[in-house]
Design a protein around this ligand. Structure first.
Ligand code: CBF
Length: 823
């Protein structure tokens, strides 16, 4: 063994020749193909394997350093990691773009085509999953020893296509062509028990007798940060049966039922977010959450105990972050492992659990805070239900002792009212030492609303850590024209320390620089024009304003408000085509949850309005509407650099933070938005003159919720709004089915929960200001440069430093140390 580790195998890439040699070697000996007969997929596999080799030495060194220096480790538990494609980012992080491009050209392969052929790993749904991916990048960049733990879904988020304007869903089978980044770890498997019963021994010890045990098997993907000096691990778990085939049944000819246990086990990691409206769906979802949480906790305890004897020192060396409530079962599972496996008392186990865990909340919407019925919970995790009841008792004692009047039923983890259930948000809160919101406003609202009582019981547990995005992927890699210009102008420190981008602010006053900034944007827009033409067959002009709303489809995000404004604008143009219109292309992208009928209807409305507007010769280039199907990380990487205007128009108080708002501003788009989520902080940083804010505040919305809001009166009092709704409701955009959108109009008229009608007039006013502003090219560019310059604080590196300092108690090197290469 020692002799083997002493041998250094050089696979380092210095130049294009090395790349060529390694790729050919991989093609032949790993993929098993003769270069002459290799297809694109083979080249892609060979390139990924060659690049992956570059990570391995740093990966091992990072692990060794963590052991040798006994560093505290961070474990990020997340149901979602929306990592997208890894190849381009890794090549760029390692500084290998030039030699790789050259080598592939010499080998007769097309670099860009190979990059495009990598599947976009959609192991997540939206913001929370993409945040987890950005955080992995930042933890590696900052040299924090960390693991991401999640599920290796065979089918990620569904693939969306648009058929006759409607969303259609297909399974996303990203693993079909193989995931060449990962290392299978057949030796790392854990038992995951489910069901059964808990029997108490005569001496009072509870013993869990599960009805079923399956396995969790590990697959590791190395994640390199900027310059690749430190490499962390994303460990994803796949469900496996304890026994693949029931041989007795098989030999009796019962072939299908002989595989039943295998199918059941594999189902756990088959699909991201199965429909959980049925009891079966709920059961699967709970099993998924427990499956990956238990495997991760068993794994990290094993790692800790491999170099420490005293389990009671766990919080000194381990920090576990729960990304939303999905892994909240960790509170009870860590207790179970500490008590049942490691013999600690409940009291000590609870102290350790709380000091080790912390929880990030990503939404205030009560329906998104998970709650499991007692019946389901008890049948899947009976031992955990006992433990949770015990925690709840302690917690109730704290509540009862508090010198303030509290409704004890409301603060309980186990809800005995409303049909009974386990409140996972409460469990995560009570079992964590820190609970964070993802923007300043969100953290405040957590204290005022869903966690009001818990906050009063455990003051100073809640804090805000505003989200951030990685500048590597979301500027340097996705926007080469702008990145090159920035590097030429202010150097490249900003890539590893985004706040250094502030240095570009003075150039906003430099006409020649503005010209070049515009040219970079134009280049990105031309690229998107080509993509729009080839994907949806719509021709748009790169000189028009690209007005972008890309995010999950949800009523609170108010894509509806945006398309209603488009309808108003359409009618205005038709009424007076000769007026001086600012040409616009409205670009939408986003998926609706398969069971969310209203969101799907809004997609259809966007497409029906687009059909009418885009084919109207009177309108021409003055207004175009594009819905780009299958919005995912890769599409975002092409849309964001091309955007002029960023739509962040959620009902105030409902968007926890947003991260698209940060990416778009960083890439030189101006925001039109409400004072919601991180928009508030973006506004503070870029300055009120460089952002377009409109509409109700979170406080206004809260007041209306109490006093009542009469949307009918608002509609009757606004001629434009009335015309827009009459047109939509009477079938102007759906003549083949005039009642198609009646439900939308009814909702706005009688139960406008998201205050679309309330904000309509203010939104239109602000949009017209945007029109005028866009026509003043020099001033518009000046403001966009200031946006890029002033949003450096929204770096995921800054966010991770905040977590490290305020929550994990982990040291990080300073930005200067990192940029000087000293880690
Ligand atoms: O914090 C990351 C993001 O998470 C969400 O997407 C979520 O899934 N709850 C929120 O909706 C975003 O506001 C937030 O930025």
């Amino acid at each position: 063994m020692n002799a083997a580790t002493a041998v250094t195998l050089s696979r380092r890439i210095e130049d294009a020749e090395d790349v060529k040699r390694l790729i050919i070697e991989k093609l032949k000996y790993a993929v098993g193909k003769d270069p002459e007969h290799s297809v694109r997929q083979d080249w892609s596999a060979a390139l990924i394997l060659a690049v992956r080799d570059q990570l391995v030495d740093h990966w091992m060194a990072s692990t060794r350093r963590a052991y040798d220096q006994d560093q505290k480790r961070v474990y990020y538990l997340s149901m979602e990691f929306l990592i997208g494609r890894l190849l381009k980012d890794t090549i760029i992080n390692l500084g290998l773009e030039a030699p790789v491009r050259e080598a592939l050209t010499e080998l007769g392969a097309d670099y860009d085509e190979i990059l495009r052929s990598e599947p976009d790993a959609a192991l997540g749904n939206g913001g929370l999953g993409r945040l987890a991916a950005c955080f992995l990048d930042s933890m590696s960049t900052l040299g924090i020893p960390a693991h991401g733990y999640g599920i290796r879904y065979e089918n990620g988020l569904f693939r969306q296509s648009i058929r006759d304007g409607w969303q259609a869903e297909e399974p996303e089978d990203w693993l079909v062509t193989g995931h060449n980044w990962e290392f299978e770890r057949p030796e790392v498997v854990y038992n995951i028990p489910f069901g059964g019963e808990v029997i108490t021994t005569p001496d009072g010890k509870p013993i869990w007798h599960p009805a079923e045990v399956m396995l969790a098997a590990a697959y590791d993907t190395p994640i390199a940060g900027w310059r690749g000096r430190h490499v962390n691990t994303l460990r994803l778990w796949a469900g496996k049966p304890a026994k693949r085939v029931d041989l007795d049944r098989f030999n009796r000819g019962e072939y299908l039922s002989a595989m039943e246990a295998a199918v059941r086990a594999e189902t756990v990691s088959r699909i991201l977010y199965p429909d959980d409206t049925t009891e079966e769906g709920k059961n699967l979802r709970l099993r998924q959450e427990f499956f990956f949480t238990s495997a991760s906790l068993q794994d990290l305890l094993r790692r800790y105990l491999s170099s420490h004897d005293d389990i009671t020192k766990l919080p000194e060396k381990v920090a576990i972050q729960l990304n939303d409530t999905h892994p909240a079962i960790a509170v009870a599972e860590l207790m179970r492992l500490l008590v049942d496996t490691h013999g600690l008392s409940m009291e000590v186990a609870f102290q350790l659990t709380r000091n080790t865990l912390s929880y990030t909340n990503h939404t205030l919407m009560p329906e998104a805070l998970e709650r499991w019925s007692l019946q389901l919970f008890g049948s899947v995790l009976p031992r955990h239900l006992d433990i949770i009841r015990w925690i709840d008792e302690q917690h109730l004692r704290t509540a009862a002792a508090a010198k303030r009047t509290l409704d004890l039923e409301r603060v309980r983890i186990v809800d005995h009212t409303n049909g009974q259930g386990v409140r996972m948000g409460h469990l995560a809160f009570v079992g964590s030492h820190r609970v964070n919101g993802v923007s300043a406003l969100h953290a405040d609202l957590m204290k005022q609303t869903v966690f009001h009582d818990l906050d009063s019981l455990y003051p100073s547990r809640i804090l805000g850590v505003t989200n951030g995005v990685t500048p590597r992927r979301w500027l340097h890699s996705c926007n080469k024209p702008l990145s090159d210009l920035l590097i030429e102008t202010i150097g490249e420190d900003w890539i590893g320390d985004l706040e250094a981008i502030e240095a570009v602010a003075p150039y906003a006053e430099d006409a020649a620089f503005r010209e070049r900034f515009r040219a970079a944007k134009h280049e990105n827009k031309c690229r998107l024009v080509t993509e729009i033409q080839s994907r949806v067959g719509i021709h748009v002009s790169p000189d028009a304003m690209f007005d972008v709303q890309i995010k999950r489809m949800h009523e609170y995000k108010r894509q509806l408000l945006n398309i209603m404004e488009a309808v108003a604008q359409y009618f205005a143009i038709r009424n007076d085509p000769a007026a001086d219109w600012t040409p616009r292309v409205k670009i939408f992208g986003g998926k609706a949850a398969p069971g969310y009928e209203m969101a799907k209807l809004i997609i259809k409305l966007i497409n029906d309005v687009a059909r009418a507007v885009n084919s109207d010769p009177v309108v021409g280039d003055r207004l175009k509407i594009v819905f780009l199907p299958n919005y995912n990380v890769s599409t975002a990487e092409r849309i964001i650099p091309a955007a002029d205007l960023s739509e962040q128009i959620s009902t105030a108080g409902m968007e926890a933070s947003g991260t698209g708002n940060m990416k778009l501003a960083l890439n030189g788009a101006l925001t039109i938005g409400t004072l919601d989520g991180a928009n508030v902080e973006i506004c503070d940083r870029v300055g009120r003159d460089n952002i377009h804010i409109f509409g109700l505040t979170a406080e206004d919305v809260a007041n209306y919720r109490v006093s009542g809001y009469d949307s009918r009166a608002v509609i009757d009092g606004n001629e434009t709004l009335k015309t827009v709704l009459d047109a939509i409701g009477s079938g102007v955009f759906s003549p083949e089915d005039p009642n198609r959108f009646r439900a939308i109009v009814d909702r706005l008229s009688y139960d406008d929960y998201f205050f679309v009608t309330a904000d309509f007039a203010a939104y239109l006013d602000e949009q017209r200001k945007v029109d005028r502003a866009f026509m003043d090219k020099e001033d518009w560019t000046r403001r966009t440069i200031l946006n890029t310059a002033r949003v450096g604080w929204f770096s995921a590196d800054r966010a991770i430093r905040d977590y490290a300092r305020e929550i994990w108690n982990v040291e990080t090197p300073s930005a200067e140390e990192i940029n000087q290469g000293g880690q």
